[in-house]
Design a protein around this ligand. Structure first.
Ligand SMILES: NC(=O)c1ccc[n+]([C@@H]2O[C@H](COP(=O)([O-])OP(=O)(O)OC[C@H]3O[C@@H](n4cnc5c(N)ncnc54)[C@H](O)[C@@H]3O)[C@@H](O)[C@H]2O)c1
Length: 417
């Protein structure tokens, strides 16, 4: 068993059992650690103690069931004493786009009373620069007994998470990890813990660099998507097909432009760049502009759909796909949902075709003119079809929409001008 190699840590307390914390807790338990999973949501704790995951992710159910039935994973609503702590709570942005660190602060304050000298505390939540040092400050303030001159008798490290929904269980083990310590000793200790579960390489650095690494990874992706979306804005203004132009440009041996789309959704790429922009608006200008370009795409797609409806004298539109990315059932922060809402607000009748869900999300309930519908039913009713998500289920349906006016916003059927 992997944990036998790890003499220093045998119990790990994972605080926050969401998309990141639950797979992490179950993976640690299946590697032999005694894991205490903590969540403030009682239903998550109850479900976990019954051996069930509270969201769906390939292979997670089996992993959780095995971990709980072995007795190595138990959930609680309050932090418990352990050798190591991993904090995986939300870090959203506020309305003014500044990071909301209240969950990390609350988790740190909750963990502080159970800390013992020699413990290791790792922050995995995506965080602004300096967050790990701020956690150390809270611990210093609450636990003077753990402070010895300048030194803390506990270790603190930052280790960002990069796993992809849909492949979380595999990537948790296979991805490389960046481990940044407040001190080099802290980094080495945190690296030692991850060595027990990770097959990828572990790269050591300081805590602030590790925080920056996570943020620039997602800002890099956002900026590159923004370039593709800007190409789309320019091409469409001239009546040209951006996917055709980008496909041809990518025949250049050193050019690799991404695909444009209807906007950037999800809670990572569209959020994390703000952690850098809000702290350094004068320096992170390209990132800020990229956010503006990507946030403007849903409106551009809505304008194209409305124009098509005007030309065809119809107010009935099929929106194909509502998820924030292909082949998932996650509709949160989805530009496709925003497009459906914008059309509904302007009085269009929207047939939402989303094969990955059985019901519309709450955000759409108030619109009588948006209904969840099958593709065949929708095609019988509408004149305009807007393809908003490149779900695999839509690939083979291109021939069914030949007689419709199609706005292909993702390029799955070759894109549109
Ligand atoms: N989901 C992803 O794909 C992903 C990928 C990389 C990084 N991240 C980052 O990881 C962090 C966690 O994201 P997530 O998707 O797992 O969030 P999530 O919302 O799915 O889960 C967070 C959990 O923390 C719990 N929680 C909140 N405050 C708590 C507290 N004080 N004590 C104990 N539990 C508490 C919540 O009830 C929730 O169950 C965020 O910073 C996110 O940006 C997420």
């Amino acid at each position: 068993m992997l944990v036998e190699r790890n003499r220093e840590f045998s119990t790990v307390c994972v605080v926050g059992l969401g998309y990141i914390g639950l797979p992490t807790a179950a993976t640690l338990a299946s590697a032999g650690f005694e894991v205490k999973g903590i969540d403030v949501a009682e239903h998550i704790v109850e479900e976990l103690n019954e051996g069930r995951a509270h969201f769906s992710e390939p292979d997670l159910d089996m992993l959780v069931r095995g971990a709980v039935s072995s007795g190595r994973l138990t959930a609680y609503t309050e932090p418990q004493a352990a050798d190591a702590f991993i904090i995986t709570v939300p870090t959203p942005i506020r309305d003014d786009k500044s990071p909301d660190m209240s969950y990390v602060e609350a988790a740190t304050r909750a963990v502080a009373p159970v800390l013992q000298p020699g413990n290791l505390i790792i922050l995995e939540s995506t965080s602004p620069l300096g967050a790990t040092e701020d956690m150390a400050g809270i611990i210093r303030e609450l636990r003077e007994d753990l402070v010895d001159g300048e030194e803390l008798s506990v270790s603190l490290a930052y280790c960002p998470e990069r796993i992809l929904p849909g492949q979380m269980v595999r990537e948790l083990v296979e991805n490389d990890r960046i481990v940044g310590g407040i001190t080099p000793h802290d980094a080495r200790r945190a690296g030692q813990l991850y060595e027990s579960i990770v097959r990828g390489e572990i790269h050591m650095t300081d805590a602030k660099t590790a925080e920056l690494v996570k943020l620039i990874e997602n800002a890099y992706r956002d900026v590159n998507i923004a370039f593709a979306n800007e190409v789309a804005n320019v091409a469409e203004a001239h009546g040209l097909n951006p996917w055709e132009a980008i496909g041809l440009a990518n025949r250049h041996p050193r050019v690799n432009i991404l695909n444009p789309g209807p906007g950037v959704g999800g809670h990572c790429i569209a959020v994390d760049p703000w952690f850098l922009i809000s702290a350094d608006p004068d320096k992170a200008k390209l990132m800020a502009e990229a956010r503006r370009v990507n946030d403007g795409r849903p409106e551009a797609v809505v304008a194209k759909i409305k124009k098509a409806c005007r030309e065809h004298g119809t107010d009935k539109v099929a929106c194909m796909g509502l998820a924030f990315k292909p082949d998932v059932d996650d509709l949160r922060e989805s530009p496709a949902v925003d497009i459906a809402i914008a059309l509904a607000k302007d009085g269009f009748e929207v047939y939402a075709v989303e094969p990955h869900v059985n019901a519309l999300p709450e955000k759409l309930w108030r619109y009588d003119n948006i209904r969840l519908a099958g593709l065949d039913e929708s095609l019988a009713k509408v004149g305009v079809v807007a393809l908003l998500v490149a779900h695999k289920a839509f690939v083979k349906r291109a021939s069914d929409i030949k007689d419709k006016h199609v706005i292909d916003a993702v390029g799955l059927w070759g894109g549109t001008r």
